[in-house]
Design a protein around this ligand. Structure first.
Ligand SMILES: NC(=O)c1ccc[n+]([C@@H]2O[C@H](COP(=O)([O-])OP(=O)(O)OC[C@H]3O[C@@H](n4cnc5c(N)ncnc54)[C@H](OP(=O)(O)O)[C@@H]3O)[C@@H](O)[C@H]2O)c1
Length: 238
């Protein structure tokens, strides 16, 4: 990857985002609430975007890693939880895209990566985390629409849908147990996700847009993302 291709990771203080920040090194900057950029806050986001665009110009790569997960059946969920999950998983991606994509499109180049979840695009019911998966399904749809909107401007937009991915906040014992359900026989690691990001940010990704890359060791092959997969994702028994 060329060094002038700067990457912004939204949600880069933990998990997959933090790993990506470490992986990309100096050509990468990140936002998170721990760096005083809450992207669900329109004013904070606008200020941070203005600062970034003034200081560095539009990023080449924009990777959105924000996405809270909560298990709660629909009828047990209140409006506050609905709003939180839609905001964290969908609205923030929309808000960040609105702030930065026009400048990326004006520059005539760019790569956007959004994070969905394995199974979100499948038709089966998502009984344990229906609101989370509803938000991720909408995110998948938004990814494709956004890809069309900026395709003529040299900007690609794709999503990655992880399954069970270990990181520093994961519960090792739970993951070890649940990894048995993954057809490839183990939980995923950050090393399984990073090559896909590298592909999409690199020269090899130039002709890929509107696609979803499932990185789940085959977990979603078990059918939908109902209780079994959802339990697998967050460490609960069916
Ligand atoms: N890990 C998995 O197994 C898995 C599976 C399926 C899908 N996914 C999806 O993959 C993405 C990354 O997952 P992850 O496990 O790495 O997530 P994570 O560990 O929860 O990290 C999320 C990151 O987003 C930041 N963040 C949260 N709300 C924010 C806000 N309003 N403004 C700015 N930053 C915010 C967090 O930092 P602060 O708290 O400092 O803001 C953190 O850096 C998510 O979209 C998730 O839904 C993950």
């Amino acid at each position: 990857m060329q060094d002038d291709r700067r990457i912004l990771v939204v949600g880069g203080s933990a998990g997959i985002g933090a790993s990506l920040v470490g992986h990309l090194g100096e050509r990468c900057s990140f936002w998170s609430r721990s760096t005083a950029v809450d992207v669900s806050d329109p004013d904070e986001l606008q200020r941070a975007s203005h600062e970034l665009l003034t200081r560095e110009g539009p990023p080449f790569g924009l990777v959105h890693c924000v996405g809270d997960f909560v298990e709660s059946p629909i009828l047990s969920s209140d409006l506050e939880l609905f709003d939180r999950l839609l905001q964290s998983n969908l609205r923030t991606a929309f808000m960040v895209a609105r702030q930065l994509l026009p400048a990326m499109a004006a520059a005539g180049r760019g790569r956007v990566i959004l994070f969905a979840a394995a199974g979100a695009g499948e038709p089966g019911a998502k009984t344990r985390a229906p609101l989370y998966f509803a938000a991720k399904a909408a995110l998948l749809s938004m990814t494709r629409s956004l890809a069309m909107e900026v395709a003529g401007k040299g900007v690609t937009v794709n999503s990655i849908s992880p399954g069970l991915i270990n990181h520093e906040a994961s519960d090792d014992s739970v993951h070890a147990r649940l990894a048995k359900r993954v057809p490839l026989g183990r939980a995923g690691s950050l090393a399984d996700v990073l090559p896909v990001i590298d592909l999409l940010l690199g020269d090899g990704g130039a002709y890929i847009t509107g696609s979803d890359f499932v990185v789940d060791g085959g977990l979603s092959l078990r059918g939908g993302s109902g209780p079994s997969q959802e339990a697998s994702l967050r460490g609960e028994q069916d």
